[in-house]
Design a protein around this ligand. Sequence first.
Ligand code: GAR
Length: 207
Amino acid sequence: MLKLAVLVSGGGTNLQAILDSIRDGRIMNAKVAAVISNNHGAYALERAKQAGVPAVCISPKEYSSRTEFNQALLDAVNSYAVDLIVLAGFLVVLPETMIEQYENRIINIHPSLIPSFCGTGYYGLKVHEAALARGVKVTGATVHFVDKGTDTGPILLQKAVEVEAQDTPETLQRRVMEQAEWKLLPQAVDLIANGRVQVKEGNVIIK
Ligand code: GAR
C-alpha cells in the first residue's frame, strides 16, 4: 500500500480528486497518510478532515527563518513515513534536502502543457492568463516528477484541453481542472502505486 503525503495551499480540488478516486477504486493500493498545508486558511484542510485524513498546517509565518520552516516541513513529511509526496496546488518552493531525500518520489500537477507557461511565476490563475494572452488554442495539464528546477522534472502524464474563444482565465482554469487535472493526478498516483512507473535517464517509462 503506497502511503501518500498530499501537500496543498488552497482549495484542494485536486486533493479531493485523489480522495474520491481512492474511495471509488480508481486508485488502487494507495492511501493518503497526511495532508500538509502551508496556509491555515486552505479549504483543502477541511476536505482532509471530512475524509478522516490527518491534516496539519506548517506555516512559514510561524518560523523565524526559511531554514527553520524547511526543516519543520521535512520533519512533518518524514513523521508520516510516506512513499510518495504529491504536490496538489502547493505553492511553496520545496527544500532542496526534501528533493534529494525523495528523489523520484515527488510528483506535481501543473496547469499547462510543460514546457509552455511554466517555471518561476507561473502558478494558479497566472498560467491561464498567460495562455490567453499568448492566444494559444490548446493548453492542458502536466504531472511531472519534481527535481531541483521549477517545473523541469521528468514528465509522467499530459492531457490537452481546447481553449474557447470566450474564455476568461477563470473559465479556462475550470475546464483544465475538469478535463485534465482531476483525471491526470489520480491516474498518476494509481500508476505509481501499482508499480507501473520507472524513471530512467530523466525520462518516464510507463509499463
Ligand atoms: C491547480 O490548478 C494546480 O494545477 C495549480 O494550482 C491549482 C490548485 O488547485 N498548481 C500550480 O499552479 C503549480 N505550479 P486546487 O487547490 O483546487 O487543487
